[in-house]
Design a protein around this ligand. Sequence first.
Ligand code: CA
Length: 223
Amino acid sequence: MRLLLVEDEPALREPLREGLAEAGYAVDVADNGRDALHLGLHEAFDAVVLDLGLPQLDGLSVLRRWREAGRTMPVLILTARDAWHEKVTGIDAGADDYLTKPFHHEELLARVRALIRRAQGLASPLLQHGALVLDTRSGRVSAGGQPVALTAHEFRLLAYLMHRPDTVVSRSELTEHLYAQDFDRDSNTIEVFVGRLRRKLPPGTIETVRGLGYRLGGPAGVP
Ligand code: CA
């Protein structure tokens, strides 16, 4: 899962970036409204954390222009304390959720998880596919009750697929959603990660759909 974090205050932005990366997300960062607008229009994100008070272009204008352009990714806005009107205006402008500063990182992480889930129509934080269970809260994966140890990249790849059951996901879509923009994508090809992940999962869990990409499959999976 790939996130865009838009926050101009370094003292808030850097710990947030670290916390989100530790939670397993690929994180792109913008520290002003213009860069945020551009990234949100042209890059693929699974969710956005958007501060409203930004230099160059304010967060509400950024959000409105994304929505006008048909960008549907879930957006959580960060609002100032006591500014209840910002929440109303923000939600009317197309925000999916809000948090008031100051907030606990755990709350932000929980809200981001829920936004990503709901964007895929999933209500439970436990994602299941046959005997395979992925807990989006703890980042743990088990197969038939046995824990499966995954690297951050492998987890991200599996989480992306498990958020999209019954869907064929192309290699280019995976590349767009698993890596931040500044990451050297070429040296970490999707095929390599799929291969490593397959060796750790029950046989047939990830099917190759020739010419199209990958999807969850296997004995308990998609017919
Ligand atoms: Ca700000």
